[in-house]
Design a protein around this ligand. Sequence first.
Ligand SMILES: CC(C)(COP(=O)(O)OP(=O)(O)OC[C@H]1O[C@@H](n2cnc3c(N)ncnc32)[C@H](O)[C@@H]1OP(=O)(O)O)[C@@H](O)C(=O)NCCC(=O)NCCS
Length: 168
Amino acid sequence: MKAPIDFRMMGEKDLKAFSEIRNLSREWLHDTNEYSLKETTEWWHDNEENGEGPCYWVITYFGDVIGYFRVDIVDEYPMATTDDDIMIGADLHPTFRGKGIAKSLYPEFIRFLIRAFDFQNFYLRVKSHNIRAGKLYVSLGFKQIESPNDRDDILMLMTQEEFRDIYG
Ligand SMILES: CC(C)(COP(=O)(O)OP(=O)(O)OC[C@H]1O[C@@H](n2cnc3c(N)ncnc32)[C@H](O)[C@@H]1OP(=O)(O)O)[C@@H](O)C(=O)NCCC(=O)NCCS
C-alpha cells in the first residue's frame, strides 16, 4: 500500500501544482516574485536543456502533490568545497503546514539523499523572521553557522555525521 505522505522526483506533469505552491510560499522565499505557469514551464525546460538549476522532488499526500523538496549543489559557502555539499529546502501547500509533515519527512528525505548520492553537508537558508521554519530546522538538528546577512537570512548546516548521530 502507498504511504499517505511520500516523495518522488518531480516531472513536467507536476509543474502546475509546483507553481501554485511556490507562489503561495513566496513571502518566505528569497525570490519573492510570482511566476505564471508558462514562465515556470519555460524555466523548467531551460534548466533541463542546460542541465542546470536545482532538482525537485514533490511531496505527495495519497498521490496528490502538496509540496516539494529542492536540492541544489553549492560551492559558495564556508564549508562547501565539493559536489557533496548541497543546499536543501521545502515548501508545503498552506493547507498542509503545521501538521508535523516536514518534521517527519525531512529525516526520511535526507536519508534517501545520503543513500542515493552520499552527500556530506546539508545546508539551508532561512529568513530570520520565518519562525516556524527556523524552529523546525533546529529541532531537526541543523545548526546556525552564519548570522543574518544583508538579505536577512540565516545559513544553517547539518553534516552527514551529525545526521547519523541523531537518526542512526
Ligand atoms: C516551513 C515548512 C516547510 C515546515 O513544514 P511543516 O510541516 O509546516 O512543519 P511541522 O508541522 O513539521 O513543524 C515543524 C516545527 O515548527 C513548529 N511549528 C509548527 N507550526 C508552527 C507555527 N504556526 N508557528 C510556529 N511554529 C510552528 C512546530 O513546533 C514544529 O516543531 P516541533 O514539532 O519540534 O514542535 C512549511 O510550514 C512551509 O511550507 N512554510 C511556508 C514556506 C516556507 O517557510 N518554506 C521554508 C523556507 S526556508
